[in-house]
Design a binder for this molecule. Structure first.
Ligand SMILES: Nc1ncnc2c1ncn2[C@@H]1O[C@H](COP(=O)(O)OP(=O)(O)OP(=O)(O)O)[C@@H](O)[C@H]1O
Length: 247
């Protein structure tokens, strides 16, 4: 991101959601942390070219995010905070199939029918969705929908995965499974991960972290260091508020 500023139309003048963010994210796993409303999702959406930059640029693995959205879609997958908004097709299997059908082999050809079917079943099994494969997407629980969203993105083998609160709706077991798949996959070099999260334990497990505060980049560096700084900030804020409360 190079001097990236994102605004939204407001009453009178535009609201500034992100202001002059310049940062290069090259770690395999980068956590994005910060308080509610600080601009984390806006940052994620700007990288995925889902919100326009008012000024500045975003370049993802050499692709200008705003100028070449088609190329960006080929290399970047995003799992949204609201998974219900992500599934497009009627059933779970069809939703996963949609992504696989869009894949091309090294020669640029569509995949053969049995290759598509094989990859779909493997992905469903990997994400523990086999038993739900024929269910309507709309009938899934929030956690199941979140796992489907992950599956449909990961099966596209993106070079970059942006996951916005991917574990927020999951029970303890599935939180660990999804976290392991994201952090483990990125750790093994299968893709680069940008993980927007309030789960500071997960953030600490990343290689680096960026802290967004009030729409600005407050810190970027080794995850343990940035998460530590953020925790101390939260402690101070809480202590200040507690002290100000009438007894
Ligand atoms: N389209 C919009 N118009 C006006 N304000 C917006 C718009 N989109 C986001 N905002 C505001 O921008 C700020 C940043 O929102 P964003 O969703 O990026 O925060 P966040 O850090 O992801 O928060 P959370 O942790 O609560 O998910 C918030 O104050 C939000 O209300």
């Amino acid at each position: 991101m190079d001097h990236l500023t994102v605004t939204a139309p407001g009453a009178g003048q535009d609201a500034v959601l992100l202001e002059d963010v310049t940062v290069t994210l090259s770690a395999a796993r980068t956590a994005v942390i910060g308080e509610n409303g600080s601009g984390k999702s806006t940052l994620a959406r700007a990288i995925a070219a889902l919100v326009p930059a008012a000024s500045g640029t975003v370049t993802v693995h050499g692709v200008d995010a705003e100028q070449d959205v088609k190329a960006l879609r080929r290399i970047l997958g995003m799992v949204f905070a609201n998974p219900a908004a992500q599934s497009i097709m009627p059933t779970v299997r069809e939703d996963v199939e949609l992504t696989v059908k869009a894949l091309r082999d090294d020669a640029g050809r569509k995949l053969a029918k049995d290759e598509v079917a094989g990859r779909v079943e493997a992905a469903l099994a990997e994400h523990r969705l086999t038993e739900l494969a024929d269910r309507p997407c709309l009938s899934l629980s929030s956690g199941q929908a979140q796992r489907l969203a992950m599956c449909s993105v990961m099966v596209g083998q993106p070079q970059v995965v942006i996951a916005d609160e991917p574990t927020s709706l999951l029970d303890g077991r599935h939180r660990r499974i999804v976290a392991d798949r994201l952090l483990g996959g990125a750790g093994r070099g299968r893709f680069q991960l940008l993980l927007v999260t309030h789960d500071l334990e997960l953030a600490r497990d990343c290689d680096e972290a960026v802290w967004i505060h009030d729409g600005r980049l407050r810190a970027h560096g080794p995850a343990a260091q940035v998460v530590g700084e953020y925790e101390r900030f939260l402690d101070q804020e809480f202590a200040g508020e507690a002290a100000g409360q009438p007894r």
